[in-house]
Design a protein around this ligand. Structure first.
Ligand code: PLP
Length: 366
């Protein structure tokens, strides 16, 4: 039997093969490959999709985060509150600017626990970074309230949350800046690296446009030491094709996950829950199991691949040893790292493939 992999991108390509290929040829033949009409059109369409006034394409999701904090003037001596259980890039966006991440424990939906924010605020705190992890919108009501009350900037890491909503409003439109990745495996994935920021502020949009292009607004007139971080014409063109189909892609994933929720029955496995008022766009379907490593091996033997998002939380990673966090510092974050498992999920997953995953999970005896 063919192995079921955790994620596969070929199916998502073949679904719209002709449209992708036509667009690729159009861009190739245009003779213009960086900062042209595809990027401009994508920025406009993506801002409309998120519901912000502006969007600016950048090289990848990490750059979106780095440039967001830089544009907000957050750096050395400043603290940013961020959830402990996130992909390390969220934290790197903070530390690349010289600022210090202060880790907050997650709630039962794997997102930042808004009730634990205020106790960590000091006079150095400048911003909160929420991560809409696995595709579920965070608890934005209380997060926005805390930011207003303490005059903090709000940045959203939406790299896993394209199109997710909290009380009907899209992630990436709550804060000062929303940061998106279009890494191929994300829900809105490119065919290479890509990223974008979203904002309602013209000033922030202009600053990031300048920073992404060597700190210049006008060619060879460099105002600051910027970076080279541009979304290219090919990726922007291909992203425009995928963006048109987002609601159908989202619906397909939703149906797969509804079947998982309805048909996986095993006391050893805890299924993911969705907060009232939040939507989940299912970037990952993450289950929890006390004997996670054993379950992972068992599934592997049955020809089913899985991934752990993420086995080492940033505060315990070697890269952040200098922050001095010890094991036990974030018990909930650490427990998640030991028990979470992402099961196969991708656009184009067949009913037979899902059935095999469900049967294997239901037959697991620990
Ligand atoms: C993927 C991801 C990023 C980084 O995006 P890249 O485009 O790979 O740089 C940042 N944060 C989260 C939560 C992610 O999942």
């Amino acid at each position: 039997m063919e192995k079921i992999v955790p994620n596969r991108l070929d199916r998502g390509f073949f679904k719209y093969q002709k449209e992708f290929e036509d667009k690729a040829i159009e861009v190739l033949r245009s003779g213009w490959y960086i900062l042209g009409k595809e990027v401009e059109a994508f920025e406009e369409e993506f801002a409309a999709y998120v519901g912000t006034k502006y969007s600016v394409g950048v090289g990848n999701g990490l750059d979106a985060l780095y440039l967001a904090f830089r544009a907000l003037g957050i750096g050395e001596g400043d603290e940013v509150l961020v959830q402990g259980n996130t992909y390390i890039a969220s934290v790197m966006g903070i530390t690349m600017n010289g600022a210090t991440p202060i880790f907050i424990e997650p709630d039962e939906y794997f997102n930042i626990d808004a009730s634990k924010l205020e106790e960590k605020i000091t006079d150095k705190t400048k911003a909160i970074l929420v991560v809409h992890l696995y595709g579920q919108a965070s608890n934005m009501g209380p997060v926005v309230d805390v930011c207003k009350k303490h005059n903090l900037k709000l940045v959203e890491d939406c790299a896993q949350g394209h199109g997710a909503k909290f009380n009907g409003k899209s992630v990436g439109s709550f804060g000062d800046i929303g940061c998106f990745s279009f890494y191929p495996s994300k829900n809105l994935g490119a065919f290479g690296d890509g990223g974008a920021i979203t904002t309602d502020s013209k000033e922030i949009a202009d600053t990031i446009k300048m920073l992404r292009n060597y700190g210049s607004e006008k060619r060879y007139h460099n105002k600051v030491v910027g970076v080279n971080s541009r979304l290219d014409e090919m990726q922007a063109g291909l992203l425009r094709v995928r963006l048109k189909h987002m609601s159908e892609l989202e619906q397909e994933k939703r149906e797969i996950c509804e079947r998982y929720l309805a048909e996986i029955h095993n006391n050893l496995i805890k299924l993911p829950e969705t907060r009232e008022g939040a939507t989940h766009i299912w970037h990952q379907f993450v289950i929890r199991c006390d004997s996670r490593d054993k379950l992972k091996d068992y599934l592997e033997e049955k020809g089913i691949g899985t991934i752990i998002h993420y086995p080492i939380p940033p505060h315990l990673s070697e890269a952040y040893a200098y922050l001095g966090n010890k094991k036990g510092a974030l018990p909930i974050t650490e427990e998640y790292a030991e028990t979470v498992l992402s099961i196969p999920l991708y656009n184009g997953m067949t009913s037979e493939e899902q059935g095999r995953v469900i049967d294997a999970l239901n037959n697991y005896r620990g």
